[in-house]
Design a protein around this ligand. Structure first.
Ligand code: HEC
Ligand code: HEC
Ligand code: HEC
Ligand code: HEC
Ligand code: HEC
Length: 219
């Protein structure tokens, strides 16, 4: 009697058994790789409750980052400024209050309402990061946050992924600058930056050695 199923069909169960896991692994890999933060978080730009502009305040008005983010040199966190910092200027009659844009800030300052900024950059809890160490080593804000002084609304400029951290930790020197230039957003566009050599900087007492071992960042 002729065979209904040719002999090769015996291999079908095996092919399914082996092929399915391989295909699934492929899918998992693709999702993991392409949807991991390297590709999804860059450009993340949530809408804020008030149209606060770094382009205006840090760019055009020239306020130093540390006027508002005043813990960045001494603490792990850079700190979002309290509304009192805004009111130093905005308590003056109608400053910048075209179309009532500053009104929510004033209302919240007087306790009539609340104002919650939407977080932009966020590492998972299991990764340890400290601003003051980086700033003290001469890594500038713009290296990790991009040209904030040109942003109307803050967007994430770098992936903040493990490989991004490690790329710098393995070879930090090209990213270092004099420590009094850390908030200079345009440092790497200046001629002085081409000549700067951290090894010859008299204000540096030692070479930097960022951790590459797991427990350096996963404590
Ligand atoms: C007048 C005060 C002020 C100044 C000056 C200022 N910032 Fe900000 N910054 C804020 C406020 C308020 C927020 C939260 C709202 C927002 O994201 O726009 C913020 C948010 C940020 C964030 C995003 C924080 C997050 O949620 O992840 C970064 C990064 C940042 N600032 C960097 C800088 C840098 C770099 C400078 C200097 C070039 C600077 N800021 C100058 C007030 C200021
Ligand atoms: C080496 C990279 C790096 C440098 C340099 C750096 N930041 Fe950040 N910044 C980060 C990372 C990573 C986060 C997210 C931290 C987290 O989620 O714990 C962050 C978060 C922030 C936040 C949100 C609040 C917070 O502390 O989590 C602000 C504001 C900020 N940075 C401002 C600044 C300013 C201003 C400077 C320069 C004086 C600066 N940063 C320099 C990497 C950097
Ligand atoms: C050093 C003074 C100063 C500080 C501090 C300051 N601002 Fe301003 N702000 C200004 C000036 C000046 C303008 C522009 C006025 C104009 O163009 O009419 C402005 C404009 C604005 C506007 C209107 C922008 C627009 O497009 O109409 C908003 C919203 C605002 N500021 C929010 C804030 C917030 C929030 C803070 C605190 C995190 C803050 N400002 C801190 C000086 C300041
Ligand atoms: C552009 C370069 C650069 C990037 C990007 C960077 N680092 Fe660093 N990191 C440094 C330098 C420089 C030091 C200082 C080493 C020293 O002082 O010897 C450092 C030190 C550290 C330390 C040891 C000091 C401490 O805080 O205990 C940790 C942990 C660390 N970095 C975590 C991170 C993490 C997590 C990221 C990514 C989210 C990151 N770094 C991104 C350059 C960088
Ligand atoms: C310079 C800092 C740094 C060092 C050193 C480091 N990590 Fe990470 N690691 C991170 C950061 C930051 C993240 C979170 C990245 C993100 O949100 O995508 C992370 C995420 C992870 C994850 C989560 C999976 C993933 O890809 O998101 C694992 C697992 C991990 N690290 C293991 C390790 C191991 C094992 C080592 C040592 C060989 C190590 N890490 C060394 C900073 C570091």
């Amino acid at each position: 009697m002729a065979q209904i199923f040719p002999r090769w069909t015996n291999k079908i169960p095996l092919a399914i058994g082996v092929g399915t896991p391989i295909a699934l692994c492929g899918v998992v890999f693709v999702v993991w790789y392409y949807f991991s933060p390297k590709f999804t978080d860059v450009g993340y730009q949530p809408e804020q409750p008030v149209p606060f502009s770094h382009k205006l305040h840090a760019g055009e008005l020239g306020l130093d980052c540390r006027y508002c983010h005043n813990t960045v040199e001494v603490a792990a966190q850079a700190a979002i400024p309290p509304l009192g910092t805004c009111m130093n200027c905005h308590s003056q009659l109608n400053l910048g209050d075209r179309e009532g844009r500053v009104q929510p800030v004033k209302d919240a300052f007087e306790g009539k309402s609340t104002l919650e900024w939407v977080r932009v950059h966020m590492l998972p809890d299991y990764a340890y990061f400290n601003h003051s160490v980086h700033v003290a080593a001469g890594v500038g804000c713009s290296t990790c946050h991009g040209r904030i002084d040109q942003m109307q609304v803050v967007a994430q400029a770098e992936p903040l992924s493990m490989s991004w951290c490690l790329d710098c930790h393995r070879n930090p020197e090209p990213n270092l600058r004099p420590r009094d230039q850390v908030t200079n957003m345009a440092w790497f566009e200046t001629p002085a930056s081409k000549e700067y050599n951290p090894a010859e900087d008299p204000t540096r007492t030692r070479a930097v050695s960022p951790p590459e071992h797991c427990s350096g960042c996963h404590r």
